[in-house]
Design a protein around this ligand. Structure first.
Ligand code: KG4
Ligand code: ZN
Length: 338
């Protein structure tokens, strides 16, 4: 069976093909031009998706040694994401499905991330504790099977990636913030500034807006504004901020490990590319004797391999969809059981 996956929820256009359970192609085109605007410009993103999607599909087919008519299922991200961007990939996928007369499967982007660890050779085992950390989402989940996802906690304000992006801007590191904070943080002392880690009454929830404000207050108090921060101090701020985010994630994950019986642990989404975070979670998994599976870097950020994989599982579960299925900027997770 050949599954085509298409991803266009934000600033990456991606096309992937899974052929008889083997990933044959996963092409990703990143829209780097947003950097000069300090964030993703939705309309420019949609236009760029439109320009690149057909060449990417052609290359993916060539790389897989397949023709368009060999595709058995067309899967595409339906949400959450930027609606104009989503519409490009989704509409293209529906048109393709109609043209080649093969089923179309809409995929929830977050569910794509959740199961991205399964793209690795050494796969996670159910039940698994999954930490989803992306630009728009922060979720702590118990995933019991491909159809049973239990939400333990989420953020009450900013997503983890969003906090990385906003703090990078405050320090004057630019966009996208996550990789820049990691790079600067590697040269700084993570214990040099004590930024607060929020304590919430809902014990698995997260809050990053207080942390973000305390970084801002610190910069204002010490330097007036970001242009006056000495370079080496930027590194200390980045390292200390990153350390506070990691502490919050470790604290909630450890609580979950104490209260829920799981076989494996995974961290997924754009922020899962963060090396110190991966290392801290790996250490935690070792402490509790759990298998730790983290997707390779290419499967952490937005990619169509995870969409094709999830699309195949949804298709195999027997669900079928009509072509009037639409894009959902805030499509909820399919949380089936408590
Ligand atoms: O999953 P993703 O590619 O897009 C969404 O679905 O949101 O995540 C993007 C987020 C951005 O906020 C980016 O700053 C963050 O992932 N990110 C990182 C790193 N690489 C990307 N955050 C921390 N450390 C990194 N190395
Ligand atoms: Zn994503």
């Amino acid at each position: 069976m050949n599954i085509l996956g298409i991803e266009s929820s934000c600033d990456e256009t991606s096309v992937a093909i899974i052929s008889d359970n083997i990933l044959k192609a996963n092409l990703i085109s990143s829209q780097d031009f947003h950097t000069k605007y300090g964030g993703v410009v939705p309309e420019l993103s949609s236009r760029a998706h439109l320009q690149i999607i057909i060449p990417l599909l052609k290359d993916a087919l060539k790389q897989s040694g397949l023709e368009l008519n060999d595709i058995d299922v067309v899967a595409a991200t339906a949400g959450p994401g930027l609606v104009g961007a989503l519409l490009v990939g989704l509409t293209f996928a529906k048109g393709l499905s109609y043209a080649i007369n093969k089923p179309f499967v809409p995929v929830n982007h977050i569910e794509g991330h959740i199961f991205s660890g399964f793209l690795m050779e050494d796969k996670p085992e159910f039940p698994m504790l999954v930490m989803v950390v992306s630009g728009g989402h922060t979720l702590l989940l118990i995933v019991k099977s491909y159809t049973q996802i239990v939400k333990l906690g989420t953020t009450v304000d900013d997503a983890a990636g969003e906090a990385f992006d906003k703090v990078a801007k405050m320090i004057g590191l630019g966009y996208p913030g996550g990789p820049k904070i990691q790079k600067a943080g590697a040269l700084g002392d993570p214990e040099s500034i004590k930024f607060p880690v929020a304590e919430l009454s809902e014990k698995y929830n997260f809050s990053f807006s207080g942390l973000k404000t305390s970084v801002l207050r610190y910069i204002q108090k010490e330097y007036g504004d970001s242009s006056r921060i000495p370079e080496e101090r930027k590194c200390d701020i980045a390292a200390s901020f990153q350390n506070a985010v990691i502490k919050a994630i470790i604290k909630n994950s450890e609580r979950a490990l104490k209260n829920y019986e799981v076989k494996s642990m995974s961290v997924v989404g754009g922020v899962a590319a963060n090396k110190p975070l991966r290392e801290a979670l790996h250490e935690l998994a070792n402490k509790y004797g759990k298998k730790f599976v983290v997707p390779a870097m290419t499967y952490c950020g937005d990619n169509a391999a995870m969409i094709a994989y999830r699309g195949q599982k949804v298709y195999e579960s027997g669900q079928r969809f009509t072509l009037d299925y639409n894009a959902f900027p805030a499509l909820p997770l399919n949380i089936f059981s408590e």
